[in-house]
Design a protein around this ligand. Structure first.
Ligand SMILES: Cc1cc2nc3c(=O)[nH]c(=O)nc-3n(C[C@H](O)[C@H](O)[C@H](O)COP(=O)(O)OP(=O)(O)OC[C@H]3O[C@@H](n4cnc5c(N)ncnc54)[C@H](O)[C@@H]3O)c2cc1C
Length: 229
């Protein structure tokens, strides 16, 4: 199956929100948290890379959120793609999906690791579940708070959703949390150990957060992870 690029826009320096469509398909079926697997030939090498769906598909259209890995192989190639360009794809695949029924949860992400959580937060089985949800999101700079306006709007509308951004390289005008997500985990947990914690991003952060949760008495079944590297 091929995906065709419909549009893209830059949402932060070196980060793009892509919209693809699958020609000939009426509806792409996916659960929040799943990814598509892209394949291509780059510099004579056959490469496969997974990308989390950054929202729920609409009809045959789906969204991705990607950052360009400077020394990377496939992400720079995808950043060269213009609307109409094709990519071979498989999926949606994967099991990093919201538990059913969805319980009170903390979602922890850094960088483009927020993509699957954007899909979670569009899903009625998550936001309509009555569960209390905290999104703890780490980025370097304020401009890199991906989908900030959407999450702030959701927090304003839904008293059960809390948005906790933190920056590692804040400007002087930033008045919010600073430092890594690890430093704010206890605030997000608010003393509770009966929550599910979903973690998505690069493995160093994922493993550190997992270790902190274990120290606080979380069972491994309460910790769901997706590692990007
Ligand atoms: C299940 C899954 C879902 C993923 N979803 C996304 C997604 O939604 N958006 C996305 O941008 N990436 C995502 N990735 C990472 C993606 O598959 C590629 O690894 C990434 O695009 C780099 O590929 P590359 O060929 O450009 O770099 P490579 O030549 O493979 O170089 C890999 C290097 O890039 C680093 N790296 C991998 N991913 C990232 C990243 N996101 N940010 C910074 N450094 C990274 C690795 O640590 C490694 O050092 C996902 C990975 C997995 C396993």
């Amino acid at each position: 199956m091929d995906a065709v690029l419909f549009s893209w826009r830059e949402i932060a320096p070196e980060v793009r929100h892509f919209v693809f469509e699958v020609p000939g398909l009426a509806e792409l079926r996916a659960e929040p948290g799943q990814f598509v697997s892209f394949r291509g030939e780059v510099n004579g090498r056959r490469v496969t890379r997974p990308y989390s769906l950054a929202g729920l598909p609409r009809g045959n259209r789906f969204e991705l959120c990607l950052n360009r890995v400077r020394e990377g192989l496939f992400s720079p190639w995808l950043f060269e793609l213009e609307p109409g360009g094709r990519v071979e794809m498989q999926g949606p695949l994967g099991y990093f999906t919201p538990r059913r029924p969805f319980r009170d949860a903390v979602l922890v992400a850094t960088g483009t690791g927020v993509a699957p959580f954007r899909a979670y937060l569009q899903a009625p089985e998550v936001t309509g579940s009555g569960a209390q949800i905290t999104l703890l999101f780490g980025a370097r700079y304020e401009e890199a708070l991906l989908y900030r306006a959407e999450f702030e709007q959701l927090a304003a509308q839904n008293p059960r959703f809390r948005y906790m951004p933190t920056l590692t390289r804040p400007s002087a005008s930033w008045q919010g949390r600073t430092g890594r997500v690890q430093a704010h985990l206890d605030e997000a947990l608010a003393g509770r150990t009966d929550l599910d914690v979903y973690i998505c991003g690069l493995k160093e952060m994922v493993e550190e957060v997992r270790a902190l949760l274990k120290q606080r008495g979380f069972d491994r079944r309460q910790i769901l992870v997706e590692k990007y590297d």
